[in-house]
Design a protein around this ligand. Structure first.
Ligand code: APR
Length: 210
């Protein structure tokens, strides 16, 4: 199969509404109790397990590092799929502090843009600081997406690979931050997709569903 044939369009990515429907689950009260269930939000949020580089969305969020010089994990996968133009544009940006976000074009990726955010290396001594920085990664990426007219945005699971952030805790930060952002009502984002890759990620996000 060619890589073009393996791409996944937005229509192929289930929203939470469809996830609930296919699982035969009625939307229940939130397990965390922090947020009331929202049919409108469930229709705007997608969840997919697979390779983020295959998604045809307006922008992908890359779990980058502060030098924006590429690396392993999802960052490496994005640079391989995008080709050398991505690294060349990243070099012009002169890095990205932890908790911030920068945008580039997507080059050979099916996505039009890449938003690069540098997540925190998980600090077991000061987990609150890690949480603050991870929350900031999601917020800054969402704000940048809106500022650039992005309508569909797919997040990789920032910091949960080599940076060691516990998946369950990271999933909670991701879900809460996106929910709060969309609840403000000022975003033009039509779809925000969470992308899981390894089984631990899938379990973490499934646990977060109300
Ligand atoms: N598609 C979607 N998710 C992926 C993919 C992929 N192709 N490849 C890996 N992942 C997932 C991992 O399973 C993990 O849950 O991305 C998540 C983030 O893992 P990492 O890529 O290791 O990112 P992070 O923990 O933020 O570490 C960032 O890794 O290579 C470097 O340059 C990067 O230095 C930076 C560091």
């Amino acid at each position: 199969m060619s890589s073009a044939a393996a791409t996944q369009s937005l229509a192929d990515i289930p929203t939470l509404t469809q996830v609930y429907r296919s699982a035969g689950r009625r939307q229940a009260a939130s397990s965390t109790g922090d947020f009331p269930p929202s049919a409108a939000i469930n229709a705007r949020v997608g969840l997919v397990n697979g390779d983020i580089t295959k998604l045809c969305v307006d922008a992908l969020v890359n779990a980058a590092n502060t030098s924006l010089s590429g690396g392993g994990g999802v960052d490496g996968a994005m640079h391989r799929a995008a080709g050398p133009g991505l690294l060349a544009e990243c070099r012009l940006l002169r890095g990205c502090p932890t908790g911030e976000a920068r945008i580039t074009r997507g080059y050979r990726l099916p996505a039009k843009h890449v938003i690069h955010t540098a997540g925190p290396i998980y600090d077991h001594i000061d987990p609150q600081r890690s949480e603050r920085l991870l929350r900031s990664c999601y917020e800054k990426s969402l704000e940048l997406a809106d500022a650039c007219g992005v309508k569909s945005l797919a997040f990789s699971s920032i910091s949960t690979g080599v940076y060691g952030y516990p998946s369950m805790d990271a999933a909670k930060v991701a879900c809460e931050t996106v929910r709060k952002y969309l609840d403000r009502g000022s975003s033009a984002l039509e779809r925000v997709v969470f992308v899981t890759f390894e089984q631990k990620g899938v379990a973490a996000y499934a646990e977060m569903l109300p």
